[in-house]
Design a protein around this ligand. Structure first.
Ligand code: BES
Ligand code: MN
Ligand code: ZN
Length: 495
């Protein structure tokens, strides 16, 4: 979608729908301030406006250029979250009206036009998202807005910056959504690797993709074992963003779980409400690809390496079995007792691989455990770190980004006793603990392969929604992209 910023008087805007976000208390004054035909139309609609977050009223100006005008409620507390929600309600209204061109006002009293513009544009673009790749042309009838004009009476330059950043960040999140929603058949490890290569060329980051023989040479025993039941070879995708001027000394690593389909392997999953969502088991990988896109498009002065181990997890004649002992990339041995605990096996190899860069921080994103969904639900991801001052130092900043972006995270513990159930009688460790505290034992497993400050995000719940929410449609959400782009922006400009 085209996004622009205008500082011209409101009645110069020639759009199908003009949206004015307002609080109930300020709506009257705002309408008087607008005046003219638009003001008159709004005055007519005003009695029905309750100002609740996301509520809308609309009307039709008698003259002027905008065909329709609407008030959208901002609720009582205006912040990034309510601005995104209000803009999302505006997008829903625009879709209902089949408006092709939409204008939206930055609330007059906005102290920070940059952040405000970013929240409004993000909310609009994310709510406007629809996954249509597999819809045949006959059902392509629904008209969506093609152009969004952000109206900023003051602070146009700042609003332009925020709007432009929002477009990049929302489109990067949409890249991740599209990948998650895609049919597993269209995102085999090889195809995912090709997608990353094309994406890197398009947006300006470097991509190298390893096939099976290089993965064998690198002795990634976890990735190879999970892949053994599959006809499709695995891939190991490495993406690099390293501009000339950077503010970090050593690289930041991002690792994304890329299980393109998780059947559970021989420890097969039941279909209903379980295997039927497992095309989303590469949501961590999708988020890392989306983040790399955003870093390059925003030209962030940071050296970042993103890695994705990619495979599907299937039963097959040669599939790995409970009882198999694997030698991992790090040299440690793992006894497999459940082939459905595959994510940690491929992540372990990727985590020990990025360690070779001596990174100053590594963040992994993984749809790792069903226990995460049970504990925190589908809006909140789990965040975990070892007992390590260097990693914990970053948690307040991550919490701030979480609050700002609405991509919520909540800490889960990593006490040492959670690791005790991973003891194996035949190998260094086994790949499952007992049923208790499944997200924490999974994190403890990963910790065996980590030798640097590390933040683990278990995104099993929020990566994929069975039921849509405002600006988060059903299906892939792109969770993690907005959160970590915000976090890395702060990181880049604070160090
Ligand atoms: N991909 C799943 C985790 C998952 C579950 C993601 C639900 C999204 C929604 C993961 O590979 C898995 O199967 N985990 C097992 C681990 C268990 C066997 C120790 C789980 O959580 O049940
Ligand atoms: Mn699994
Ligand atoms: Zn999985």
């Amino acid at each position: 979608m085209k996004v622009s910023v205008s500082t011209l008087p409101l009645d110069f805007l020639d759009v199908d729908l003009l949206i004015i976000p307002a609080k109930k208390r300020e709506a009257g004054a705002r309408v008087r301030e607008v005046g003219g035909d638009i003001g008159d139309a709004l005055t007519a609609a005003l009695p029905d406006f309750d100002g609740k977050l996301g509520s809308t009223v609309h009307s039709y100006p008698a003259g002027g250029r905008s065909k329709r005008v609407a008030l959208v409620g901002l609720g009582t507390q205006v912040g990034e979250r309510s601005l995104r929600r209000a803009a999302a309600a505006g997008a829903k209204l625009a879709a209902r009206m089949k408006a092709q061109t939409v204008a939206m006002c930055v609330p007059g009293a906005s102290k920070d036009p940059d952040t405000t513009a970013q929240a409004l544009v993000e909310g609009f673009l994310l709510a406007n998202y629809e996954f249509r790749k597999y819809k045949s042309s006959s059902s392509k009838g629904r008209k969506r807005p093609e152009r969004l004009v952000l109206h900023a009476a003051k602070g146009g330059k700042l609003a332009r910056r925020g709007a432009e950043r929002a477009r990049v960040v929302a489109e990067s999140a949409i890249t991740a959504r599209d990948l998650v929603n895609m049919s597993p058949h269209d995102k085999t490890p090889t195809l995912l690797g090709r997608f990353a290569e094309r994406h890197g060329k398009k947006h300006g980051f470097d991509v190298a993709v390893w096939g099976k023989s290089e993965i064998e040479k690198e002795k990634m025993g976890g990735l190879l074992a999970v892949n053994r039941g599959s006809i499709e070879p695995p891939a190991f995708i490495e993406m690099t963003w390293h501009p000339e001027r950077v503010t970090n000394k050593r690289p930041i690593g991002l690792v994304g779980k890329g299980v393109v389909f998780d059947t559970g392997g021989l420890s097969l999953k039941p279909t209903k409400n379980s295997m039927d969502h497992m095309k989303a088991d590469m949501a961590g990988a999708a988020a890392v690809i989306g983040i790399m896109e955003a870093l390059a498009r925003l030209a962030l002065p940071l050296y970042v390496i993103g890695v994705v181990p990619a495979t599907d997890n299937r039963p097959g004649q040669n599939a790995y079995v409970p009882g198999d002992v694997l030698r991992m990339h790090s040299g440690k041995t793992v006894e497999v007792l459940n082939t459905d605990a595959e994510g940690r096996l491929i992540l372990a190899d990727a985590l020990s691989y990025v360690g070779m860069y001596r990174p100053e921080l590594v963040i992994d994103l993984a749809t790792l455990t069903g226990a995460q969904v049970v504990a925190l639900g589908s809006r909140v991801a789990a965040v975990m770190t070892s007992n390590d001052q260097e990693a914990m130092r970053h948690l307040p900043s991550l919490a701030t980004s979480s609050e700002r972006t609405g991509e919520l995270v909540h800490p889960m513990p990593m006490h040492n006793h959670y690791g005790e159930s991973l003891k194996s009688s035949v190998a260094d460790i086994k790949n499952i603990g007992n049923r208790e505290a499944g997200s924490s034992t999974a994190a403890k497993f990963l910790e065996h392969f980590v030798s640097y400050p590390w933040i683990h995000l278990d995104i099993a719940g929020p990566a994929f929604l069975r039921k849509g929410a405002p600006y988060r449609p059903k299906g892939g959400t792109g969770f993690g992209v907005r959160l970590l782009v915000d976090f890395l922006r702060t990181y880049a400009y604070a160090s």
